[in-house]
Design a protein around this ligand. Structure first.
Ligand SMILES: *Cc1c(COP(=O)(O)O)cnc(C)c1O
Length: 399
């Protein structure tokens, strides 16, 4: 519509420009801010027009479970940022993950997934998919030989989360994608921890990238949202009907909040990661910290993979203080940083994965990924770096 002032090809814009200008579709009123189309449905001038819309002969909206103009602006902005042909928005990160996986497997298929996964992603693979005849093998994500050894004749999907929750375990995306090509399987990457700013899975060969927009994309801890992105023909074939008929649609209100969140995504994530890198160095030298996990920190175990595929370290730090009691003491001694399991927020937050986010993961699997009861996960926010340093170091001193 009234979009005529935008310069030539948006895909050539800088990231910051894409985040501010991408996907804007102004109404006849020429509003400055993105419009919130809080509507379930749409009206037609004539019965013939309704007929043509439903037949797909005329472009236009028919029902917000299928598509909505505010959600569309969000999808186009995120697609532009990611360098993807198409984006489908979803009600939450988990709705996006569930759709991403279910659209690519059927009964009798086999999936391989990195063993370090967000709890709900793990539940889909371990407990939900078997009900529909899909089996999953879990492998150490960083070990490409383990991915190869897990391949079966019916392997159709490889699922990666990298850096993984909560210890930032890394998987070499390009290597797993090369294996997938060899065996004719698809690759889905959960890119939440890296954010679209620091890692581009589609450029590394992935078929689908998924986000929980609830995290850094909102950035203010307000709404739930999610998205999956990839090539237009794959999204059309694998996801068009499931998205229409299973109903995981993103609320237009949430899409509107997320559009505003995206305007500052690049600024926020870069500032948070700068602070996180500084804090990781400071905390790594503290006598109560036995191990520290941060992608660009000197001691990080998968630094070679980080170098290959990430352009920044993210805002998440994990560290081990030796016991659950010590971890609780650190959390309780924090004055500025909140105790919360959310991440990517402007507010810094710390959680004890053993008793919160990873509670439902079997104990031997937590230990297999190196997650002990002394680990704390910290999501670095936008407060002053010196204030955060003082708060965290003094909590460690007193714990
Ligand atoms: C939070 C998160 C999800 C789920 O997102 P929701 O928006 O909470 O549904 C999936 N994967 C990762 C890595 C996450 O951190």
């Amino acid at each position: 519509m009234a979009n005529s002032k935008e310069p030539t090809d948006p895909s050539t814009w800088e990231t910051a420009t894409k985040l501010i200008r991408g996907g804007i579709n102004r109404s006849m009123f020429g509003e400055t801010a993105e419009a919130l189309y809080l509507t379930q449905g749409f009206v037609y001038d004539t019965a013939e027009q309704a007929d043509a819309r439903f037949a797909g002969d005329e472009p236009g909206f028919v029902y917000s479970r299928y598509a909505n103009p505010t959600c569309r602006m969000f999808e186009e902005r995120l697609a532009l940022l990611e360098g993807a042909e198409t984006c489908r928005s979803a009600a939450s990160g988990m709705a996006a993950v569930a759709m991403a996986v279910q659209g690519l497997v059927k009964a009798g298929d086999h999936m391989i997934a990195g063993r370090a996964l967000f709890g709900s992603c793990r539940w889909i693979a371990a407990s939900w998919l078997p009900r529909f005849g899909v089996e999953t093998s879990f492998v150490p994500g960083f070990d490409i030989a383990a991915w190869r050894n897990a391949v079966r004749p019916n392997t159709k999907l490889l699922f990666i989360e990298t850096p993984a929750n909560p210890l930032l375990e890394m998987t070499d995306i390009a290597a797993v994608c090369a294996l997938a090509k060899e065996i004719g399987a698809k690759v889905v990457v959960d890119n939440v921890f890296a954010t679209p700013i620091f890692q581009k899975p589609l450029e590394l060969g992935a078929d689908i990238v998924v986000y929980s927009a609830t995290k850094h994309i909102d950035g203010g801890g307000r709404v739930l949202g999610g998205a999956l992105l990839g090539k237009a023909d794959l999204i059309e074939e694998a996801y068009r009907d499931p998205f229409r008929h299973l109903g995981p649609a993103l609320s237009p209100f949430n899409a509107w909040v997320l559009l505003k969140g995206m305007e500052t995504l690049d600024l926020r994530v870069r500032r948070q990661s700068e602070t996180a890198a500084m804090l990781a160095d400071e905390m790594g030298g503290h006598k109560k910290v036995q191990r520290i996990f941060y992608p660009t920190h000197a001691d990080f175990p998968h630094a070679d993979i980080v170098k290959k595929q990430m352009t920044g370290g993210s805002n998440i730090i994990a560290f081990d203080v030796g016991s659950a009691r010590a971890a609780f003491n650190v959390l309780n001694a924090l004055e500025l940083v909140d105790i919360s399991n959310n991440l990517g927020d402007a507010k810094s937050m710390a959680t004890h994965p053993w008793t919160t986010t990873h509670r439902s993961t079997p104990e031997e699997e937590r230990l297999a990924i190196g997650l002990t009861d002394g680990c704390v996960r910290l999501s670095v926010g936008l407060e002053g770096a010196e204030d955060l340093k003082r708060d965290i170091l003094s909590a460690l001193d007193r714990a």
